[in-house]
Each structure stands twice: as structure tokens, then as C-alpha cells.
Write a protein that binds this ligand. Sequence first.
Ligand SMILES: Cc1cc2nc3c(=O)[nH]c(=O)nc-3n(C[C@H](O)[C@H](O)[C@H](O)COP(=O)(O)OP(=O)(O)OC[C@H]3O[C@@H](n4cnc5c(N)ncnc54)[C@H](O)[C@@H]3O)c2cc1C
Length: 484
Amino acid sequence: MQATTTVPHPSKPAADPNSASTTELIAALRAAVGPTNVLVDPDITAAYSRDMMPLASAGRPLAVVFPTDTAQVAAVVRACAGAGVPMVPRGAGSGLTGAANAVDGAVSVVLTKMDRILEVDEGNRLAVVQPGVVNLTFRSEVETRGLFYAPDPSSYDWCTLGGNLSTNAGGLCCVKYGVTTDAVLGLEVVLASGEVLRTGRRTVKGVAGYDLTKLIVGSEGTLGIITEATLALRPKPAAPCTLVAAFASTEDAGGAVSGAIRAGLVPSLLEIMDATCIKAVEAYTKSSILGDDTPTPAAILIGQSDVGGPGGRREMDELERVCLAANAVFSYVTDDLAEGRMLLQARRAVLTSLEVLGTWLTDDVCVPRTQMAALIAACSEISSEVGLTIGVVGHAGDGNMHPTIVYDNSKPAERAAAEVAFGRILDAGRALGGTVTGEHGIGRIKQGFLADEIGPVGIEVHRAIKRALDPAGLFNPGSMFSAG
Ligand SMILES: Cc1cc2nc3c(=O)[nH]c(=O)nc-3n(C[C@H](O)[C@H](O)[C@H](O)COP(=O)(O)OP(=O)(O)OC[C@H]3O[C@@H](n4cnc5c(N)ncnc54)[C@H](O)[C@@H]3O)c2cc1C
């Protein structure tokens, strides 16, 4: 890798939109990606200034560009580097940390037009994709060939694979299949110098050199722009067998999760919803999750096995036994696909349902599975202290909880209370031996929490890596950790 030329640090004042150098940069961007793929009208570029995190700061981009291939990305990076203008890579903008939010005077590089599935190699069970492919589009395509791409964030019908790679996204299936990084074999990345780095391999095994693939995955657009990914596929799992179990207390639900782990069960998903989330979904969908005769429990667990056939049924029957031993007040196992789908739809509808009650602010904290109930109890205390509703939904099988704060964004006091609750939940998670993010990342809202979690040595190593790959601090400045 060659050293980049020194360019002004992005923390310097934003470029004057009418200056000669800005005009020159816009001309270079138009030459790089074509005039129709460069937006400069502030009324239009404003649509690209934020993601889905209401608390994060956001600036006004100088321009928004839509490259369509790797050479165009490299040309954009070279033009920006030459002008000393930072860049914010962006996928669909579904992120929940402000990581794709625009920076004043920077160029937002939106990868959604690089949306081709370049190859599906059935013999080697892998695929090569561009970053703008939507997760569900990709999953659906490989499924037609009897294959399976595991990472499945709840936003899978609109988030992009590039965003998933850059946040190391998780989802419902992590308890069995891990997070995005566990499905990545290699990457193509445009570096700050405009050079193209290829990492990884197409083979099942491969340990040559530092694992640069894992370094880039989860780097939130701070080290380079991913322009291609080689992804590992699995055989398509069997149709699921589904369990739902209800509990009179969240402690009992937590006990069932620990019991399942102790019993050696590996469901393909194991999700939890507390009473607040259950009620919100039932009000929104105008239907009862457990049937009209069952009162709203303190929590439900939804589990699935994708082993198939009698094996899948056995796995869910065993999970049911574990739930009953943990005092479940209701349980039901079904092979019926429509019923299973309905239960999962209820789980996926939580955020939309909470939105009816106000602005939602979803947290992301991962605790040891034995501490899940303690975290939910802490959320309940925090809710009483700040006077806001907090519903807890999450990936119980891996301890990754999404306590979701509901507040009125038009009331400054409620917004401030939501911010306090957001931080207290993270502190509670850390105190229970957890981490401040299981899948959403750090972005522009958790820098302080990252610094606390990994300590000064960890932060300095992050900075050293950043300096080595992006010495001028061009990629996504202000996100994840401070450069200085
Ligand atoms: C309703 C809802 C449910 C969600 N559920 C989940 C869930 O279950 N699990 C989960 O993990 N997340 C979830 N998310 C969060 C979000 O969908 C994920 O973080 C997703 O991976 C973001 O993808 P995106 O395409 O929207 O990326 P963006 O939000 O546009 O960007 C995210 C980050 O990736 C960087 N980036 C994007 N593309 C590139 C690229 N090509 N090269 C370099 N950097 C790039 C950006 O700079 C930014 O740092 C949810 C969000 C919503 C709104």
C-alpha cells in the first residue's frame, strides 16, 4: 500500500460551497460518476443527511454521489482526497447510531446503485456481491438455488449488504449462525489513497497474513469503502418448527433461556418480547399473539428450529420442556408454517408498533445470557426513574437486548430524559458484564461508551489503525471514536 498524500484535516472549517476549489471538486465528481449521479441541491441532499437514530448529530453534505462501479468509487475518493474533503459512505441509511449521517461540507458516497449480485458459485457455496444489494433481495436470490445467507437484521427488506458489512450486523439468526463477519470470506475495499485493496479468499480455509477482512467488517465506513464482498453461503435450512412460551415474570423467561443453553440446545432463533412490546404489537395489529383467552404475560419467548422433520420437532419439544421447567404459564409448538410466520411477524412488528406511541429510540446492549433478566429489571427501574415507557425486545438466545425508549420528540424534557435513559441502559449492561453494542455499532452516539469499554490502550490502537489506513482522516470523521 502506498502512503497517501497529506490533505487538510476534516476538522478544519467546511469548504465554502461557492469557492473555486469546491466548483473544481464538483466538476471532478461529475466527471467521475456522471452528472446525473451527483446531487448538490441542499433541499435534495438533506434526504441523505441522517439515518434512523433520532439523537445523533448530522451535518449538511456538500454533495451526494452515487457511483456505479469500483473505478468510479476510486475516482471519487481520489477527487475528495485531492481537495481535502472528507467522505461519508452510505447504504440505505437504516442504521441506528448516526454512523451514516452527513458531515458538514463532506461528500456522502451512496452505494445503492452498486446493487448487482455478481456471482453465485453453488459448487463452492459462495457469492460475490456489490455493496448496494438489499439483504432480502440477496437472501431470496440464493434461496432459489437451495442456498442460505444467514445474517438477517430485522431491517432486511431495505438495508444493504454494504451497510451490514460495515456495521457487522446481526439479526434473529445469530444464536445459531453468528453475525455478518461469520459469513464473509473476502472484500474489495477502496482505500483513502484511491487504491483498491482485496482481502480474504474464496477458499473454505485460509490464514495468510493479518485478517484484514475482519478488520474492515464492522469498521463503520471509517477505513475505506467496500465495493465488493465474497460471502459464504449455507445449504438452505429446512422449514422451521416454532415454539412460543409465555411467562409471568421476566426472571422466569431469563431462566428458560439459561436452561436452554445449559441443555445444549441451539435453536435457529430465540427471541424475547416483554409485556410493553406485546401490548404495543397487539394494539397495532389488532390481534392477540397468544389467542384471545390468554392474559398478557410479562414476557414471551419465540424459538425456532430449522433442523427439519422429527429432529426439528424434537428440538422445540425439548425447548418447551425447558420453558415449562422455568415456570412457563403457556407454551405451544407448531410445525405450521403460517403460524410460525405470524409469530415472527409479531416480533418484527415491535418497533413499528411502538412508533404509534411516540418517537422510538432503540438501544442495543449485549449481556451474558444469564444476566438477561437482570438487564430487563434494570430497564424497568430506569423507566420509572425517567418517567418514560421502555419496551424490551431482543435476541434472547445471544443476550442481545434492544430496550426501546418511547418519548415525545417535540418536548425537550422528554428528549433529554430519553437521552439519559439511553446511557443508563448501556451503563447497566456494562455493569452486568455486557458490551455497549451487540450489532448496531458505535456511530455518532456511543463514542464515549466505546472509550469506556475498551480503555485508553484500545482507543489508541484504533487510532493507530485509522492513521495507518486513512492518515488524513477522510473517511467518516467524527464517527466511532475521535481521531485526536
Ligand atoms: C426497523 C429496524 C430494524 C433493525 N434491525 C436490526 C437488526 O436486527 N440487526 C442489526 O444489526 N441492525 C438492525 N438495524 C440497523 C441497520 O438496519 C443495520 O445497521 C444495517 O446494517 C445498516 O445498513 P444500511 O444499508 O442501512 O447502512 P447505513 O445505515 O447507510 O450505514 C451504516 C454504516 O455503514 C457504512 N457503510 C455503508 N455502506 C458502506 C460501504 N459500502 N463501505 C463502507 N462503509 C459503508 C456507513 O458509513 C455507516 O457507518 C435495524 C434498523 C431498523 C430501522
